[in-house]
Design a protein around this ligand. Sequence first.
Ligand code: KIV
Length: 278
Amino acid sequence: MDRKKITPVDIQTMKKEGKKITMLTAYDYPMALLEDRAGIEIILVGDSLGMTVLGYENTIPVTMDEMIHHTKAVTRGAKYALILGDMPFMSYNTSERDAILNAGRFMKEAGADAVKLEGGASVKDIVKALVKAGIPVMGHIGLTPQTISMLGGFKVQGKDAQAAQRIIDDALFLENAGAFAVLLEAVPAPIAKRITERLTVPTIGIGAGVHCDGQVLVVHDLLGLFDRFTPRFAKRYINLSEMILTALETYREEVLAEKFPTDQHSFHIDEKELEKVK
Ligand code: KIV
């Protein structure tokens, strides 16, 4: 297959051509290699890594240095997918200057192609400043995990007309500010459909129904690698935790029973040479 590196413009062309966009999170080199091989168009180094691989309670403690470390591993693994660095809490909301410097780190130090940040109208000037500085931005509205306490917990957003209208307006603000795409999380499907029809830039949904231009999942949810909390909208395609646990237990049993290592996994020395060894 003839493949080339995917750019934000390619993602926008996919919407124009009616082609669905696939996006997944990845936090390390082996997963990035596999997702790239599977043809996933966008790889998000999500701040969800705070929970899925660093063991934090939520995404709030995640630092820029942690994000850069993981993004570097992902960019080493994926040659074709567009790599999106997720701006962690307080890396962009403090000032336009902070936002540009931190987003710049994702691109200069880690090799990301674009960044994602949470918020609508409240971050429109920050998005504008980033785009003006030459940094492609994906917006993220609806359920925004970094401000979860203000939203009253992990629940669907835009359930009444006023809240739904605010999400639609936020999407339009982001498009007008120059975002190349907008991620919609936990938004009622008919509202996401309306946003997708109104925007010229693509929408990427997670818990936002089938009408979005693309879909994203946290890869640990898809693979069954994280079961502390699984949102209703996440589909588990395989239960890797169970398979890994079986393998680990079997290894331990075989070591205890001296079934591993076998001859096949051991090295030998010529008998005559062995005799010379005291
Ligand atoms: O950090 C993340 O993984 C995300 C997902 C909700 C897409 O933002």
